[in-house]
Design a protein around this ligand. Sequence first.
Ligand SMILES: Cc1cc2nc3c(=O)[nH]c(=O)nc-3n(C[C@H](O)[C@H](O)[C@H](O)COP(=O)(O)O)c2cc1C
Length: 393
Amino acid sequence: MSEEKRRGHLRSRTKGSESTCAPILEDVKNSRDKMMILERAISCASNGIVITDPHQVDNPIIYVNPSFLDMSGYTREEVIGHNCRFLQGDDRDQEGLQQLREAIQKQESITVVLRNYRKNHTLFWNELTVSPVHDESGGLINFIGVQNDITDRKEAEKAISEFYSKISHELRTPLSSVRTALALLAEGTGGPLTADSSKLVEMAGRNTSRLLKLVNDILDFRKIEAGKMELRLERTLPQDLIEQVLGELEATAAERNINFEVNINCDDVMNVDRDRLAQVLSNLTANAIKFSPNNSKIKIQTVKNREGFICFRVIDRGPGIAQKDFGKLFQKFQQIDSSDKRVPGGTGLGLSISKSLVEIHGGQIGVDSKVGRGSTFWFEIPIENSTVNTSES
Ligand SMILES: Cc1cc2nc3c(=O)[nH]c(=O)nc-3n(C[C@H](O)[C@H](O)[C@H](O)COP(=O)(O)O)c2cc1C
């Protein structure tokens, strides 16, 4: 193939105007050209890249790119011929380092996050990927390491974590005591209240509860996102769970003359996190109350649709939901009907948190509904839970 034809061939295989001049690497026949392209790419990469030689004593560095030198503050002469451990400090008792050691030993690829130190002794978090480089017959030639300085990300994560811890201690804790104090006042513990004061105390109590629910939702959401939601499993009867939830919501339902009809067709003892499932059922029932017309009925049922699982259903006579909206209902920050001005808006996190809590139990959550015909929200969980808990940090 003539050079002109070959270029035309290369052009016709590339898409988009920007790449029409760039040859496809496999088509570069001249190995010197190929090497140049690869070396230029490695030396321009914004990640640090090192290549080591495991056939020399202590697996020393034989190549570093400029980004590695920028990241570490060392010169090329100071690092070539040395093992990469010069980046480590006295804190060598790191889990990632142990994993890295084993992977190198087994000639396997690995990504770890390590505490490393620049030449000026400042700490940086190194997200490091090390991979063995093999020849055609599978023999080990080199190791390649790609370093990513994630110090900024780590610092941002730390700041976020401190922020949530502040929300928890400096907002949730005092709010809880305000709510308790208001409840005591409402009961008359602080002395008799006039009819007007009683109304004000009740209103303050309701709003404090809403605020507390919002704060709890935000903290739960954070825990779920971080994969740190822990289940405390205990033997629980569906009946007890339902009674607990309805006890808490009865007063709200009664204000609008909404009744509950409970129908239990499956009452196996479940091994679940009672408080977390109560949270799910409470969330679905509170939504049902919100959207039910006055003087209507909400049905709560348990059924066994398949062996080993129990299904809870909450059935309302509300306006119903269009099928096209089913998918987004359980997504974060979505409201069932944010355009409905009759109901006070929540965080839009309730259903998404419920979905996560059910899924952590190894179950499923869903909705069946038709516009104008009410909705059935349901969740199905395994009776014997074997979910491995993630531990809190
Ligand atoms: C290609 C490659 C790149 C490496 N890059 C780093 C690095 O950036 N930071 C680091 O602390 N260790 C790095 N290491 C790990 C150390 O070289 C060494 O293997 C590790 O400290 C465990 O061995 P040791 O217990 O003998 O120190 C790298 C290893 C290889 C093979």
